[in-house]
Structure formats: C-alpha cells, structure tokens
Design a protein around this ligand. Structure first.
Ligand code: FAD
Length: 314
C-alpha cells in the first residue's frame, strides 16, 4: 500500500475545499498523510487532522512558508517524499505552482488534473480541452499528481483522528531558499460565493458589451439568487471583468448545481470549464449556438430583455 502526501491549501486558518477532493483521491491510493506549511498554522493542522481518512499531519511552521512560495515549499515536499510514494496537490493555481517543481526536483513526469484513480499507477485525465479522456500509466517510483476538484467528492471535514507531527526541516538549513520573496497580494473582497465552490454561477459573455452593462445585467441577477459570477474569455479580454472570473480551459474549472450562461456561444474552450455542471441554462439569441448542445434548459432570445425580466420576477 502506498503512502501519499497531500499538500494542504489553506487560507485564513481554514483548509480550502479543493484539498478535501485531493484527500479523497489520495485515499484511493493508500495511507493519507498531509503537509500543512505556513506560519502560525497550529489551528490549520488541528483542523486537517480531523479530516476523515487522514493518518498523519506533518506541520512545517516557518515564516518562509507563510505565503506558499513554491520555491520554498517544493524542496520541503521532496524531503518528505523520502518516506512517501506519492505526492498529491489540488489542481488549483497554488497547487499547479508547487507540483511541477516537485516533479522536476524528483525528475519524474507529473500526472496532471486527474479525474479518477484506476489503480495505484493508472489514472484518467482530460486532454484536448476535455474532448478526450486519456488513461495514463506511470512507471515512476515516486508519483506527482494534481487532482481536479470537481471530479472527486470532498472528504468529510470531521471524523478523522490523524496524529500531528512537526517537520524538522532541511537538516538545519534555512527553509527560505532565498530565490523568491513575497511582495504583496491584491485580493478582491466580495460577499459573493467563490467561483469554484459556488452552487450557482451566472456567467456572461462577449454579448454583454462593456463592464457597466455586465455589472448591470449579470451581477444584478447573481445578487438576486446568491450566485457567483463567471465570464467567458472574450468577456475577460474585453475588460468587462478581471481574469479571475474566467471559466474554461485556461480559466477556472467549475461544476455547480446550476450554471447560467448568458450571451456565451459555447466554444469548446469554455465548455471545458463548465460542462460537468449539474444543470446548464443557456440564454442566447442564436438558436444554433453550440452552448445549446450542452444546455438542459435553453432560452432563445435577446438577453437584454430576458435577463432583466427574470431578475425582476425573482
Ligand atoms: P462569442 O463567441 O463572441 O459569443 C457571443 C455569443 O453571444 C454569441 O453566441 C451570440 O449569439 C450571443 N449574443 C450576442 N448578442 C446577444 C443578445 N443580445 N442576446 C443573447 N445572446 C447574444 N474561452 C473561454 O471562455 N474560457 C477559456 O478558458 C478559454 N480558453 C481558450 C484557450 C485557447 C488556447 C483558445 C484558442 C481559446 C480560448 N477561449 C476560451 C476562447 C474561446 O475560443 C472563445 O473565443 C470564447 O469562449 C468566446 O466567448 P463568448 O462566447 O463570450 O463570445
């Protein structure tokens, strides 16, 4: 049975949801150990130890790990992998920043964005923007894997009783590798749910014309129903919303209960990010728009009439 090490992504003292999906994937490979790295992370470590199925939590508490700089965290993970067979990270921006460095340091091939665990060396993952699913078998002795959060159920936050162990890092060397430093973070404050964990998403496309109209039409509907807001790449490129709103192959992968696509044509790169949503509602004036091929409910018509009417009636 393999021993897996999962990197825990955390924020504001809480374990992020994507980590819970990574734990589920790891539990299909063997014994699950977690790594909590950061500064003042006793609370996170205690919460991590309670996650169902976790055997041990390694805690690396050092200022060098405070902002999850991959240049500092990747060598720490490589050290811990001396006694683990598999490294697992959520396929989030931070996870995707750390895992390739670990793979490079170990000189192994990363297995990215897995959708399922077929056996201890075989996995499925999307290719061609999700239009084909590849089955990948790895011969590497140590495996480095990122996990698509929407493909695995989240492990329960309660029910585990893992032991917590401090990492004695780097054989006494500094945890700060001195090759990168944290400068600052600009984080948009929002009352809305986060895009990747929202139950309902209202997404707007190029048809929304400009930032002001996007705000008026899409945000008003989203606020009415407590939904997160997403966008197509065309809407982001045109400056209607910042790029962390982008859904798709080069944006966020989402699978909410309900995804409402407004004035979005349904290019394959957009579908790659949302087609696993439980119910897809599309509003588009072109009845031949490809989005209708994946939609459960389609409304053909002018969004500037339909959406305000809908928002008004809710
Ligand atoms: P359009 O394709 O221009 O569609 C606008 C739609 O609005 C049309 O269907 C039109 O009928 C409808 N419309 C217009 N006016 C109205 C109205 N008044 N009422 C109702 N409907 C109306 N795209 C992404 O979204 N996410 C990605 O991550 C992404 N990654 C990419 C990666 C690569 C390598 C490449 C090459 C492309 C990528 N794209 C991505 C871009 C993608 O190919 C499309 O160009 C983009 O998704 C189109 O956005 P859109 O649907 O908003 O715009």
């Amino acid at each position: 049975m393999s021993k897996t090490l999962v990197w825990v992504e955390h924020e504001g003292g809480a374990v992020k949801d994507a980590t819970l999906s990574a734990v589920t994937a790891a539990s299909q490979l063997g014994e699950v150990h977690l790594l909590v790295a950061g500064k003042g992370v006793d609370g996170v470590a205690a919460a991590a130890a309670k996650i169902a199925g976790v055997g041990k939590v390694h805690v690396a508490d050092d200022a060098a790990f405070e902002h999850a700089l991959p240049e500092n965290i990747a060598p720490l993970i490589v050290e811990l992998l001396a006694s683990h067979d598999v490294f697992v990270a959520p396929a989030t921006s931070n996870g995707k920043n750390i895992a390739p460095r670990v793979a490079a340091l170990l000189d192994v091939a990363q297995i990215s964005d897995i959708l399922s665990v077929e056996s201890e060396d075989t996995f499925t993952r999307p290719i061609y923007a999700g239009n084909a699913i590849a089955t990948v078998k790895s011969k590497d002795a140590k495996k480095v894997i990122t996990v698509r959060g929407t493909a695995f159920v989240k492990a329960e936050r309660e029910g585990g009783s893992g032991t917590v162990e401090a990492v004695s890092s780097n054989g006494g060397a500094s945890a700060d590798r001195g090759i990168s430093s944290f400068v600052g973070a600009e984080i948009a404050k929002s009352e809305r749910p986060e895009l990747t964990s929202a139950k309902v998403i209202v997404s707007g496309g190029r048809a929304l014309k400009d930032a002001e109209t996007f705000q008026e039409v899409i945000f008003s509907l989203a606020d009415k129903i407590g939904a997160a807001v997403g966008a197509s790449r065309a809407a982001v490129d045109a400056g209607y919303v910042p790029n962390d709103y982008q859904v798709g192959q080069t944006g966020k992968i989402v699978a909410p209960e309900v995804y409402i696509a407004v004035g979005i044509s349904g290019a394959i790169q957009h579908l790659a990010g949302m087609k696993d949503s439980k119910t897809i509602i599309a509003i588009n004036k072109d009845e031949d728009a490809p989005i209708f091929q994946v939609a459960d409910i389609g409304l053909v018509g002018d969004l500037f009439k339909i959406v305000p009417e809908l928002t008004g009636k809710l």
